[in-house]
Design a protein around this ligand. Structure first.
Ligand code: NAD
Length: 327
């Protein structure tokens, strides 16, 4: 089948595209390759996809409706969409809020419009986030919980994506699944996220900043588990479009951030220099996913504890750092 993957040069998009190609699907990939983080990493991911048969890439901004429409027109046999392109990261939404409205609001509407014009489309899966749970304190977070207390503009735009999805499902019968990802990490990961920036600083002998002595808790989810959940969800369109499906996709294990640091120190063979700071207002205390819904639907059973995933990330990280240091 032909699947459109937005954000295919990004961390999750790259891995999902690889998995789809590996099972014989053809993939139409979209990405604008923006410089939110090291573009060399996006280009290297893309290079690996380009070597594979069945992959076609379009360098474009998903908020550019004419450019997206042109791709859709030339690919009217697309049956699935995995929409992952977005401005990610909670802290950067304090720096450039407009980037979030551009990619996550305008870009999302463009993708919904594209989806409803694809006559053969069976299902569109799109990225939401655990951040939509905002100030909720009841753990684990469940899809049935109220989610109207976002603490970052990022979270607010992702919640808006879910709500816009509801309107499109209701109006046009579009079959949609929003996946609420919980702190995804692993090889080919994102340099702006704590696990990656900590690894870089520890290797360089530079200090890292730990909020609340590393006592914030996260449901860290390994990329291979995420990919299994994304593909499993894609393959199972909802029977009724409305209401659209929303699913948590997390590891269902909560770890303190200081445990992440400890595992990084072990794998890197170096001690971290730690500076403490209070939690910024855009960060949440804890995340913890109830995953019964995605388990029932797809059999999703995450199998990678942090103690296994961190060394795998570090093995790749060393190779990547060596590669970019020689240019
Ligand atoms: N990684 C996580 O822990 C995590 C957690 C929750 C939600 N998410 C969501 O999952 C999705 C994928 O995240 P990721 O970690 O792979 O991030 P990423 O930044 O690595 O990937 C996003 C990709 O989208 C591209 N992009 C951004 N704006 C675009 C635009 N307007 N047009 C075209 N391309 C654009 C970027 O160039 C990038 O390659 C995002 O929607 C993100 O919000 C990720």
């Amino acid at each position: 089948m032909k699947v459109l993957v937005t954000g295919c040069a990004g961390f999750i998009g790259y891995h999902v595209a690889e998995a789809l190609l590996a099972r014989g699907d053809s993939v139409v990939g979209l990405d604008c390759l923006n410089d939110y983080y090291d573009v060399r990493l996006k280009q290297a991911r893309l290079e690996r996809l380009r070597r594979q048969a069945g992959f076609a890439f379009h360098h474009l901004d998903i908020a550019d409706k004419d450019a997206v429409r042109a791709v859709i027109t030339g690919n009217d046999d697309i049956v699935g969409i995995v929409h992952l392109a977005a401005q990610a990261g909670v802290r950067y939404s304090l720096v450039d809020p407009y980037a979030y409205v551009h990619s996550n609001v305008m870009g999302h509407v463009v993708m919904l419009e594209a989806a409803r014009r694809l006559g053969r489309l069976r299902h569109m899966v799109f990225a939401s986030t655990s951040s939509v749970y905002g100030l909720n304190t009841e753990m684990p977070f469940r899809e049935t919980d109220r989610v109207d207390t976002p603490v970052s503009l990022y979270a607010a735009t992702k919640r808006a994506d879910e709500l816009m999805g509801h309107a499109y499902a209701h109006l046009f019968g579009l079959k949609l699944t929003g996946l609420r990802f919980f702190t995804v990490y692993g090889p080919w990961g994102r340099p702006d996220m704590a696990y990656f920036s900590f690894a870089k600083a520890i290797m360089a002998g530079e200090p890292i900043t730990l909020y609340e002595e590393g006592r914030l808790r996260r449901d860290f989810t390994y990329i291979d588990d995420i990919v299994a959940g994304v593909v499993g969800a894609l393959d199972r369109p909802p029977e009724d479009p409305c209401p659209p499906r929303l699913l948590n996709i997390g590891n269902h294990q909560v770890e303190e951030v200081r445990e992440l640091v400890h595992l990084l120190e072990e794998s890197l063979g170096r001690k971290a220099i730690i500076r403490s700071a209070p939690k910024p207002a855009v960060d949440v205390e804890a995340t913890y996913a109830a995953i019964d819904a995605i388990h029932t639907l797809t059999g999703f059973t995450p199998s990678t504890p942090l103690s296994l995933g961190v060394p795998r990330f570090v093995a790749w990280f060393r190779e990547w750092q060596a590669k970019i240091s020689v240019g």
